[in-house]
Design a protein around this ligand. Sequence first.
Ligand SMILES: NC(=O)c1ccc[n+]([C@@H]2O[C@H](COP(=O)([O-])OP(=O)(O)OC[C@H]3O[C@@H](n4cnc5c(N)ncnc54)[C@H](OP(=O)(O)O)[C@@H]3O)[C@@H](O)[C@H]2O)c1
Length: 330
Amino acid sequence: MRILIVGVGALGGTIATRGINASVPIWLATRSAQSAAVLRSSGLRVSGVGGPAEVRSVRSAAVEEYATADKFDLIVLATKAHDALEIGPFLARLLAPRGTLLCIQNGGVSQMLSERLGDRVVLGGLSNLGATMVEPGVYEQRNAGHLLIGEVAGGISDRAMNVAEALRPAIEMRVTANLAGAIWSKLLLNCSVTTIGALANQTMRGYMASAAGQQVFHRTYDETLSVALATGTRPERMIVDPVPPEGDRAPWIDQILATYGDIKPSMLQDFERGRRTEIDFINGYATELGRKVGVGVAMNAAITAMAHRIEAGEIRPDPARLDDLLRQAG
Ligand SMILES: NC(=O)c1ccc[n+]([C@@H]2O[C@H](COP(=O)([O-])OP(=O)(O)OC[C@H]3O[C@@H](n4cnc5c(N)ncnc54)[C@H](OP(=O)(O)O)[C@@H]3O)[C@@H](O)[C@H]2O)c1
């Protein structure tokens, strides 16, 4: 299977290094010819969980240059969400007949691209593997996570099994019949745990110590869950039951805290580096869908607007943002 990885950042670079090291036929597409040349001269290295791996020789080019190359059976789209939506239609033209475009972004990207390009082209996925890019060509794997893939419309298909088989030398692969449920389970935690921490400049354990933090968390989680259920999704169990218990939620919260309570939110790192966040595909996506299906999404809307104001440099992440959110969401 001829494979193209588009976006050689933290996740794409980690998968590429381990895959090429295991002799998987992988080509790399970067945004610019200059970035491609850097990778050809530096090679790729990964360290951390899973052990070190290194490849000296890589086939990399700017993504546009592949328009005249042989077609690919599989394209792994490993850019951030906004870039994925922009480049997705072009990538569909680089696919061989019956080729697959695999999207591994958080939130609604695979659903959105599937609506545009067709669900015979797009296969959805999400990553439980955490990775960072130290510099171009140098990556660190942070956990022993896996890539979970599946048909956007649900069910198990031969092509999902074949894609999993092709990528297994690079990364642990799992296939689900309920991709939408898995995506929403992750989205429930992204919308609440990660985003609120980023706005408040705190870990989840930090903001859950305040009454305002608890209120914002529960309102966001409950709104997002209502949207998921109203769209007919059955969120899957990840680290906790996606539906909180009736009555005392403290043990359920403790389970989330045990896994995520002390992690610095990745969106906070985006704020600190002045990078565009994926907010429109996380709380923004929940807001948009909630409005479509008639579910109240005032807190998700307030969170999305606040994240945009931080991106624009108008305000800063701070614990005071929690009270602001309660006022703005009404
Ligand atoms: N990293 C993780 O641990 C992790 C875990 C779970 C999910 N995810 C999700 O996986 C996705 C990728 O995350 P990441 O952390 O790997 O991001 P990242 O480190 O920012 O890497 C994205 C890469 O895509 C490149 N790119 C952007 N537009 C492109 C284009 N048109 N053609 C070719 N390359 C392009 C970027 O290049 P430039 O630098 O030139 O823009 C960058 O190298 C995100 O949706 C993220 O939410 C990541």
